[in-house]
Design a protein around this ligand. Sequence first.
Ligand SMILES: Cc1cc2nc3c(=O)[nH]c(=O)nc-3n(C[C@H](O)[C@H](O)[C@H](O)COP(=O)(O)OP(=O)(O)OC[C@H]3O[C@@H](n4cnc5c(N)ncnc54)[C@H](O)[C@@H]3O)c2cc1C
Length: 247
Amino acid sequence: MTAPPKQGPPALRRRRRIAICGGGVAAIEALLGLRALLGLAPHVDLVAPNRHFVYEPLAVAEPFGLAQTRIFDVAAVAAEYRSQLHVASLEAVEPGSGRIVLSGGATLWYDCVIVAVGARRCAWLPGALHFTGAADVASFRALLAQLERGDLSRVAFAAPAGISWTLPTYELALLTASWVADRHLTGIEIAIFTPEEQPLASFGPTASRALRDVLADRGIRLRVNAGAETFVPGALRLTSGESFEVD
Ligand SMILES: Cc1cc2nc3c(=O)[nH]c(=O)nc-3n(C[C@H](O)[C@H](O)[C@H](O)COP(=O)(O)OP(=O)(O)OC[C@H]3O[C@@H](n4cnc5c(N)ncnc54)[C@H](O)[C@@H]3O)c2cc1C
C-alpha cells in the first residue's frame, strides 16, 4: 500500500477511530479514499458480512463472453489498506456512547462511522428472468441459447420503477441485439420497457437523445413511461393496463 501522509480535511484529521460498515464498492472506496487523504493515522475498522466483493458492472458483458466478473477478497483489501476487518453485520449505531453494535453482540468504539450497507433487494415481476449481476450470468446464457435454438423470439427488457441506475437494462438489450446480429438470427424482436420519461434519464438529455438513436439503429423498440406490472410467458402487462406479447 502507498499511503501518502496527506493532511486531509481538518474535521476528519481529528478522528482517530473510523468504522466503515459495508463490503461493497461504497465501503471499499471509502477505505481507499480515507487512506489516501489521511495516511495511516486513523485506526479503521471495516465491518462486512461478505468475504468477497463482486465487481458487478462487468457482469452484463459476461454472458456474451466479453468480460469476466472480477471478485476481490475483502480480507486482502482490508489488510492492504491497514484496516481491521470484522466479518459481521452492523446491528446498531449508538451515538450517545460512541459505539456500534455488531451481529453477535460485539461492540466497537468510533469517532466517525460510515454506513455503506447498500440497498435492500426485493422481489419484482415474478416469472421474469431477473438479472442482478454475476449470480445470473448462467441464466442469461440459457436465454441466449433459447434464442439461438428459436425457442423464443420476443424479448423484453424491463426496468423497475423507483431506481435511478437503469444502465444495465440498456447494456443487456444492446449486447443482445449485437449478439443476435452477429449470428444472423432473424425474426427476433427486442424491446425495452422503462418507467423513465427518457431513456437513461439520470444521464441527462444529451445521453437520452444519443441512446434513442442507438436503440433505433439496432432495431430495439423503446417504450418510456412504461412500468411493467405482471408477466406470464407470452404477456407483459403494464401498470397502464396495456399488454404486450413477449416470451
Ligand atoms: C448488473 C449490474 C451492473 C451495474 N453496472 C454499474 C456500472 O456500470 N456503474 C456503476 O456505477 N454502477 C453499476 N451498478 C450499480 C452498482 O453495482 C451499485 O450502485 C453498487 O454496488 C452500490 O454499492 P454499495 O456499496 O452502496 O452497495 P452494495 O454493493 O449493495 O454493497 C452493500 C454491502 O454492504 C454489506 N452489508 C449489508 N448489510 C450490512 C450490515 N448490516 N452491516 C455491514 N455490512 C452490510 C453487504 O454485504 C454488501 O457488501 C451495477 C449493478 C448491477 C447489479
